[in-house]
Design a protein around this ligand. Structure first.
Ligand SMILES: C[S@@+](CC[C@H](N)C(=O)[O-])C[C@H]1O[C@@H](n2cnc3c(N)ncnc32)[C@H](O)[C@@H]1O
Length: 387
């Protein structure tokens, strides 16, 4: 049986490029022995830390808890090792499960087959012991099991998040090409916005960047609007402990500025308003329908993070012109601003005609993107991006 406060080597998964910010977030919530890996960060923590990580990390996609490690040289070994685990400890027969396998192995080539074998071993154990078996549910299972196999080394983990953590619960609707919530939070954390000036997203679409910025600025935990985390279905769920953890706050500064969003599409603004409302941020974020090229900032100092259209619906020449116009607009009307722009087309971003101070490779889903920082000062016009 598990001990109270038992420590685990937990795994928080994230997107490529966000490992550093996730590691910083983990240190900030008190995680121990934080170790960065590719698209994941490992850390030591007990049940409380696992709840905290799920509720308070803005840049984690899932938090996994290891439950077993073993060697399997063939599928019979795998079946036997899974059968050795007491599954009644983790779930009831009336509950549902799913198994996800990731394999880097010459022995276990087909991950789907591995998932099936594990599922068989678990349901067979229940059938032997209780005469009935749990069902599989790939959409909303009570227990989400992960196996990670490298050659013959198998690691079995439980997904404590359930639905991925980017499903924050505030997005009622989206426009086309919304940015992922975890990526938006990561972009804000990667930028040097210190919540010491107004924040703008002039192509805000469904409002994701604005909402994530406001949640950071006003210390609203990313888990606030979630209706459920995976660990809430677990047999060892401690509702009092989770209640205490959801009251914790990890904010650092007070925010005394404004958050502004706009978009050329009135439909997008309606959607942004609904999402903002759902996040109870209507008093904290102002959005208006407006063409960026007609916009004048309210202040002569500000911070902008934006995600212009990727250009699927624009001809390449029009797209270049569009980016050129964005660059001209920034140079003419946004002197004193810092602007971070994410785009999937590095060639086209050169047409901004501005020299990026920083470039970071990120992924929006499968789409490789470049995230660039531009500081707008009088001389910006003379420093085109020739790289
Ligand atoms: C990639 S989407 C932004 C998605 C947004 N980050 C989200 O999470 O929903 C680009 C947005 O730019 C807007 N847009 C295109 N041209 C614009 C312009 N000239 N001025 C303002 N917004 C514009 C589009 O309407 C679209 O909503």
């Amino acid at each position: 049986m598990e001990q109270e406060n038992e420590q685990y080597r937990l795994v928080a998964k994230t997107f490529h490029g966000l490992e550093d910010v996730l590691a910083d977030e983990l240190v900030n919530i008190g995680a121990q022995n934080v170790e960065k890996q590719n698209r994941a960060v490992l850390f030591d923590g007990d049940k409380a830390m696992m709840y905290r990580a799920n509720y308070h990390l803005r840049t984690a996609i899932t938090v996994l808890k290891p439950i077993a490690e073993f060697v399997a040289n063939n599928e019979d070994d795998l079946y036997k090792e899974i059968g050795r685990i007491n599954w009644e400890h983790y779930m009831d027969v009336e509950e549902t499960l799913s198994v996800n396998a990731v394999t880097f192995s010459k022995i276990f080539v087909h991950s789907k087959f591995v998932s099936l074998k594990i599922k068989d071993a678990i349901v067979d154990q229940f059938r032997r012991r209780q005469g009935k078996r749990p069902d599989v549910d790939t959409v909303t299972p009570d227990l989400k099991i992960h196996i990670h196999i490298t050659e013959n080394q198998c690691k079995l983990l439980l997904d404590s998040s359930g639905d991925p953590l980017f499903k924050r619960g505030y997005r009622v609707k989206t426009t086309k090409a919304p940015i992922n919530e975890v990526l938006a939070a990561g972009m804000i954390k990667l930028s040097d916005w210190k919540q010491d000036c107004d924040f703008y997203d002039p192509m805000c679409g469904s409002g994701t960047i604005l909402i994530e910025a406001a949640m950071i600025a006003y210390h609203i935990a990313p888990g606030t609007f979630r209706t459920k985390f995976g660990f809430e279905s677990w047999k060892d769920f401690d509702a009092d402990l989770f209640g205490e953890i959801s009251e914790e706050s990890y904010g650092e500064t007070d925010f005394n500025y404004k958050i502004y969003g706009s978009d050329i599409s009135p439909v997008a603004i309606k959607i942004a308003e609904e999402n903002i409302e759902k996040a109870f941020l209507a008093k904290k974020i102002s959005v208006v329908p407006q063409n960026f090229f007609d916009m004048k900032p309210f202040t002569n100092l500000g911070f902008m993070i934006t995600n212009p259209p990727y250009g699927e619906r624009l001809q390449p020449e029009d797209l270049k012109l569009f980016y050129q116009k964005i660059g001209d607009k920034l140079k003419n009307d946004f002197i004193g601003f810092t602007a971070w722009i994410i785009g999937s087309n590095a060639e086209v971003m050169k047409f901004l005609g501005l020299k990026p101070e920083k470039k970071i490779k990120l992924f929006n889903g499968p789409l490789e993107c470049t995230y660039r920082k531009y500081s707008m000062y009088e001389g910006s016009l003379k420093s085109p991006d020739l790289t």
